[in-house]
Design a protein around this ligand. Structure first.
Ligand code: UDP
Length: 239
């Protein structure tokens, strides 16, 4: 079942249910795409009908972030839990490590996807990573051809939002992949270039504060979070 948060539909799933759905989608004939909007992206979708449509048409929409979960609760239609994109990606690797399923990493600055692949191979030695490419390309043609040459079961598209969502939507019919997921800065996380917040901060829903302290230049973008919550409260008050 989908729950709308400011007209953006989310699948109301636990992490385990999201993984089960992802594995089912992988077996389908046509490529499936997964999006992981946080509150900033929902706020952007409130101002961009094309982005909202791309999210609506995704096969799986996962609530990445405490802001979305809080918004759903304030609107009186709570979601089961936050399903962080980076955790979804890593859990998919854990589930598929000892199978013949292959992964392809697209995104990040040159060298980041390779570094992420190397770190993940240390953690999951049996994982099959069939290719990597950076996310700073001019021409999409060769990128699509290189991916299709490998036929990956899982394609991680880490180009930042909304570029990754637009890329997946534009190529959802010409990419020969099982499932693709837009996971923002996850490759930087896997490579160890960007550290996640300490566990206690994640538990207290303060991951946003950690990221802001580490990268103050995100302040402009992050101002969308209070704006999003303001709009949620306004809608709630209007009933
Ligand atoms: N990126 C990319 N190509 C671009 C723009 C961005 O590959 O044209 C990458 C960037 O290097 C970073 C990621 O996309 O690894 C975006 O990270 P960010 O933390 O901003 O994304 P979020 O998770 O907040 O959406």
């Amino acid at each position: 079942m989908r729950i709308e948060v400011m007209d953006v539909p989310f699948d109301n799933v636990t992490m385990e249910e999201a993984l089960d759905a992802g594995l089912r989608l992988m077996e389908r004939e046509t490529p499936a795409y997964v999006v992981t909007p946080n509150a900033e992206i929902v706020y952007e979708a409130m101002h961009s009908e094309s982005l909202r449509q791309i999210i609506c048409q995704a096969d799986l929409v996962l609530p990445d972030g405490a802001g979305v979960v809080l918004g759903a609760k304030l609107l009186g239609t709570p979601l089961k839990q936050k399903v962080a994109g980076i955790e979804f990606g890593e859990n998919l690797m854990k589930r598929l490590e000892h199978t013949d399923k292959t992964f392809y990493f697209l995104g990040g600055k040159p060298g980041v996807a390779e570094a992420a692949a190397a770190k993940l191979k240390e953690r999951y030695p049996a994982l099959k990573i069939c290719g990597t490419a950076d996310g700073y390309f001019q021409d999409e043609g060769p990128v699509i051809a290189a991916i299709n040459d490998k036929h990956p079961d899982v394609l991680l598209v880490c180009l930042g939002a909304p570029k990754q969502e637009e890329f997946m939507f534009r190529h959802r019919t010409d990419l020969q992949v099982g499932i693709m997921a837009g996971l923002g800065g996850s490759l930087d996380g896997f490579a160890g270039n960007v550290k996640r917040a300490p566990r206690w901060m994640i538990r207290c829903n303060l991951e946003w504060l950690y990221r802001l302290l580490k990268e103050p230049k995100r302040l402009g973008r992050m101002m969308r979070l209070p704006k999003f919550l303001g709009r949620v409260i306004l809608r709630r008050l209007k009933g």
